[in-house]
Design a binder for this molecule. Structure first.
Ligand code: DAS
Length: 342
């Protein structure tokens, strides 16, 4: 893993550490052009492809992974967050992570919880690989670096910068399989934009952090409610070794009645979080009273995901469970995150 430095040409600009993890932004065709693109571009080459980067910041780059994001594990994310912490200890003003976009919404949120520093961690990627016309990687890197050195980006936790928009890691979602404008924050929209290498913020979010994992991150299951679900998948989970479950319920947080008993049974062995499969809004607390409603489920002991969607709730519950051996403590840590998100 080599380290490279692209020195800016001024003394008054900030220092950024850029970590390359692979993904489309680093993917090129192999010799067999029909075999598709694979991650292969080093972070040092990536920063050389960004016109004008030296006028934005001094950038030190390092390739930490060369992989499709589909293969990230929590162990990878913990190791990468250690590298981010080391970079901050070395005095950089901000960190940029380039990676595959498929699960940026989860990895960026994990960095939000794993890195406790007011300086920004800015995650970016590309929808078009460098061999395609209109490849967006270089523009996204330049915008991400501009955000990473912005004093206004401090205290906002991890951010995702794509297509000149700045999203809070806790709200961003990948909404399209291939569009350049694939990313959106359905809760509140982007929290800012990048114009002419300057970050402009419209709103701010509270910093988040969670105690560091004590060991391996045990698996947490994610089940999405669907029409006429009879609850058999929830029943089957008991024997599969999961330590927790996130249920994406209908609407404000509702499940079909046949799922209620299996959930109650499972609660005896693991924490269960209730999110909304709509991906926006806040799970209700006190509106509906039918069996399988939010009132019923929370009375039975499910924990509300609040404004977190199912994917983010799963990241937070996984890290909460990894931070303590005590279930009640883990549930309390999860609730603290939910409260801070708002
Ligand atoms: N879909 C690709 C990307 O957007 C692959 C990946 O996520 O690694 O980068």
């Amino acid at each position: 893993m080599s380290e490279h430095d692209r020195r800016g040409n001024r003394d008054d600009i900030g220092r950024v550490a850029l970590f390359g993890l692979g993904g489309t932004i680093a993917s090129l065709p192999t010799e067999d052009s029909s075999a598709g693109v694979v991650p292969s571009v080093e972070a040092s080459t990536l920063i050389l492809s960004v016109p004008g980067l030296e006028s934005v910041a001094h950038v030190e780059s390092r390739t930490l992974r060369q992989m499709a994001s589909a293969n990230f594990s929590f162990a990878d994310l913990i190791e990468i967050s250690d590298a981010i912490r080391d970079a901050f200890a070395s005095g950089v003003d901000g960190v940029v992570v380039t990676q595959g976009t498929d699960n940026i919404e989860e990895t960026a949120f994990a960095f939000d919880l794993l890195v406790d520093d007011e300086r920004p961690v800015v995650v970016t990627g590309a929808m078009r690989n460098p061999s395609l016309p209109g490849a967006d990687g270089p523009a996204n890197v330049r915008a991400a670096v501009a955000v990473a050195v912005s004093p206004h980006a401090r205290g906002l936790g991890s951010l995702v910068v794509m297509n000149d928009e700045i999203h809070a890691a806790r709200f961003v979602r990948k909404m399209h399989a291939s569009s350049l404008s694939a990313f959106a924050s359905p809760q509140c929209g982007p929290i800012g934009v990048v114009v002419e290498d300057r970050a402009h913020f419209y709103t701010r979010v509270e910093p988040l952090a969670m105690a560091r994992p004590k060991g391996d991150v045990a698996p947490v299951a994610l089940v999405r409610c669907a029409l006429a679900d009879d609850g058999r998948m929830v029943s089957a989970l008991a024997g599969l070794g999961y330590r927790g479950l996130v249920v994406e319920g209908f609407g404000g947080g509702h499940v079909p009645e046949p799922m209620v008993e299996p959930l109650s049974e499972l609660l005896l062995t693991m924490p269960i979080v209730l999110a909304s499969r709509t991906g926006a809004g806040v799970v209700l607390e006190s509106t509906y009273g039918f069996a399988g409603s939010e009132i019923d489920l929370c009375n039975r002991g499910l924990t509300s995901a609040g404004a977190l969607d199912g994917l983010k709730a799963r990241v937070a519950l996984s890290l909460a469970l990894a931070s303590t051996d005590n279930r009640a403590e883990a549930e309390a840590r999860f609730r603290d995150v939910v409260k801070t998100v708002g």
